[in-house]
Design a protein around this ligand. Structure first.
Ligand code: ADP
Length: 260
């Protein structure tokens, strides 16, 4: 994109406008690049399951009628990859629509109750234990379905990347609620920590694919937290475990918005 020439020290209003304009161009460029990157990453991720589906379909064409064992294998693989693709497209949709905070429907949400519900569901699915620790009710102004999704992503990761029990602890601060999701699992290498919230980032692509990972979960989690004007950080030690800490405002700006 073309920039306007402005002196290093703006002399008049026109120079100042030029500098502001250049700043806007820079922002646009950055967003455009991000968008391009997303489209190219997304196409790449969708192509992998499609390639598997295609090759099994061809196998079926050639051998399907004659070889019941291959028939079984191919049908199973196709169904599994199709499901992965479905999950992936749903996540991409969540990312595409999850960003502008005006789409949030804010109301009082008791997040320790949401955590209990999430724990119960996941305990069923994974046959593992999740403990919710909250000394008192923790209420935030938030979008309940989105907060459910956030809890689900963090807890499911904790289960996927560990073998022990998972702990969800909640506490009230003056202006915020802090939630920690802790596991004693494989942890995340230090060099990868700054990247875990990036779209499609996976510490170990091969292993993550086996566990059905797309590398989108945490970027969705971050988009949800950002939309609530909260914070999400990760602390982790390889071989020892990981904690994701989410801080959500209890009131303030976000509450005013819901009133207006
Ligand atoms: P995925 O769908 O691959 O799990 P995420 O965006 O949810 O994608 O996570 C990105 C990567 O961060 C994962 O592939 C995994 O390597 C790492 N990760 C996330 N949560 C944990 C955790 N609790 N313990 C260890 N590694 C984790």
């Amino acid at each position: 994109f073309q920039r306007i020439e402005v002196p290093a020290e703006p002399k008049d209003e026109l120079d100042q406008m030029g500098a502001t304009f250049n700043g806007m161009i820079e922002l646009l460029e950055k967003n455009y690049e991000k968008q391009q990157q997303f489209v190219s990453d997304a196409s790449h991720e969708l192509r992998t399951p499609l390639t598997v589906i295609e090759s099994y379909a061809r196998l079926l064409q050639r051998w399907g009628k004659k070889d019941p064992e291959r028939l079984e294998e191919a049908i199973h693989a196709i169904a599994e990859e199709a499901e992965r693709m479905k999950g992936l497209t749903e996540q991409m949709l969540a990312l595409a629509t999850g960003e502008p905070d005006r789409t949030l429907e804010l109301r009082r949400v008791q997040i320790d109750v949401l955590a209990e519900q999430t724990a119960k569901k996941l305990e069923q699915a994974y046959e593992r234990k999740l403990h919710v620790e909250a000394a008192e009710a923790c209420i935030v102004f938030g979008d309940e379905p989105r907060l459910k999704q956030l809890l689900f992503i963090l807890c499911e990761n904790a289960l996927k990347y560990s073998e022990d029990d998972v702990i969800i602890s909640l506490k009230n601060h003056e202006d915020s609620v802090e939630m920690n999701v802790t596991d004693k699992g494989i942890g995340i290498p230090k060099k990868d920590l700054p990247h875990v919230f990036e779209r499609f980032f996976r510490v170990d692509k091969a292993r993550s694919r086996q566990t059905g990972g797309s590398g989108l979960g945490l970027s969705i989690a971050k988009a949800i937290v950002d939309a609530h004007q909260g914070k999400i950080v990760v602390t982790s030690k390889e071989g020892a475990g990981t904690t994701f800490t989410v801080t959500l405002p209890r009131r303030g700006e976000i509450e005013v918005k819901s009133d207006g």
